[in-house]
Design a protein around this ligand. Structure first.
Ligand SMILES: NC(=O)c1ccc[n+]([C@@H]2O[C@H](COP(=O)([O-])OP(=O)(O)OC[C@H]3O[C@@H](n4cnc5c(N)ncnc54)[C@H](O)[C@@H]3O)[C@@H](O)[C@H]2O)c1
Ligand SMILES: [Zn+2]
Length: 362
């Protein structure tokens, strides 16, 4: 039996921020990061809360959020018992909030209303039942319906200040979500439709937002693409591109979307090398109006180049000896990553070692 779920109410379009004024609750916790708090963006967002609502912030979130950071957030939430929690930020803020709520539940916290407000157009975490937490050098993927936010507010204005490089990294994450969810062994006609729509929006709008970050039309399309790809992959799953990126990112702390983008052509070639696994790329290429899977690969290499992405893992500044020391552990972690079971092609640890080597050396 196949299923398709969306557990999150979406608020988007003109005056989407009005949803904040309709929140039923008065004791609000905002989980965010130091930059977003200092920049005044949190203050702008909470202006829209209902009259009389009070709020506190937990603003210690850092990229690739650690279990220690989550534990600190749990102590804070157990002290406050808010009736509303707003995750305000990129995937790191939304995932931290998810993990805080998940583990605080085990200590008796009753679930508050949970609204996610993304400030990057990237992870789609505002609608997924995934959260990624770093424990030691491993990125651990939690998957549970409890993690899906109750509401998601898509307001491109909150992404206006994203710098060019982070616009590229996060947008390429959307691209990877669209591709991996489409070719996943658990895709359905429903998820495929969403993956294709997300990819069309990315092809048309990501280069525009990269060249002109003030194009709010393109930024609006990108925040929609991010969410649409999130709905696709929370239902279809992802694949080894993400597994390899998680294990590499946990050790070398390069932006998640950038690692995905460096790896993409290597992973695509690995799949496309066998007819059975090449087939979904051929179908996808046709749905996108391209000639064949090779043209799709060239299109992706082209966008990657246009956005200034490195061609090899070595170009990310990782020296060969550190890479070799971590290689076996990374491949092992990627093999057991929760994104691997939905990969279209079954893989061995040796396949993953070979892929890391290919992507490192180019
Ligand atoms: N839960 C999921 O479904 C899912 C999916 C993919 C990735 N992830 C995880 O999400 C994390 C990455 O999230 P991300 O790519 O959104 O980046 P991020 O949340 O780590 O943020 C990256 C940087 O962008 C800055 N930033 C955020 N919004 C900004 C704004 N409006 N203006 C200026 N700067 C801003 C942040 O302060 C931070 O320094 C990784 O840990 C990744 O593994 C989760
Ligand atoms: Zn991702």
């Amino acid at each position: 039996m196949d299923e398709f779920k969306l557990n999150t109410q979406l608020y988007f379009g003109s005056r989407a921020v009005d949803c904040l004024g309709k929140i039923d609750g008065s004791n609000v916790l905002v989980v965010t990061d130091g930059f977003l708090e200092k920049s005044g963006m949190v203050a702008k967002m909470v202006q829209h809360l209902p009259m009389g609502a009070t709020y506190q912030t937990y603003s210690n979130v850092k990229p690739d959020p650690s279990q220690e950071l989550v534990d600190e957030g749990i102590e804070m939430i157990l002290g406050l018992h808010p009736d509303v929690v707003i995750a305000f930020g990129g995937g790191s803020c939304i995932d931290s909030t998810k993990a805080i709520l998940y583990f605080a539940r085990e200590r008796g916290l009753e679930r508050p209303y949970f609204l996610a407000v993304p400030t990057t157009a990237g992870t789609g975490s505002e609608v997924t039942n995934f959260a990624v937490i770093t424990r030691g050098s491993d990125k651990v993927v939690l998957i549970d319906d409890f993690l899906a936010p109750d509401g998601a507010l898509l307001e491109a204005e909150f992404t206006r200040s994203v710098p060019t490089k982070i616009t590229a990294d996060t947008g390429l994450d959307v691209l990877t979500h669209g591709l991996e969810s489409y070719v996943s062994n658990s895709s359905t006609p429903f998820t495929e439709a969403l993956s294709v729509k997300a990819l069309r929006l990315v092809f048309e709008n990501l280069p525009v937002t990269f060249r002109d970050g003030m194009s709010m039309r393109a930024r609006t399309r990108m925040i929609e693409a991010s969410c649409i790809a999130g709905i696709a992959f929370t239902n279809a799953g992802l694949g080894i591109n993400h597994s390899l990126a998680h294990a590499f990112g946990g050790r070398f702390h390069v932006a998640h979307g950038r690692i995905n983008a460096v790896l993409l052509p290597y992973v695509m070639r690995f799949h496309m090398g066998e007819d059975a696994y090449r087939e979904p790329y051929e179908r996808l290429a046709h749905e996108l109006g391209l000639r064949d899977a090779d043209e799709l690969l060239q299109r992706i290499i082209g966008i990657r180049g246009e956005l200034g992405v490195e061609e090899r893992l070595a170009d990310l500044g990782i020296d060969a000896s550190s890479f070799e020391v971590e290689l076996s552990g990374m491949a092992e972690a990627a093999l057991h990553d929760r994104c691997t079971p939905t990969n279209p092609r079954p893989v061995s640890k040796q396949d993953l070692v070979n892929l890391y080597r290919d992507a490192y050396n180019g």
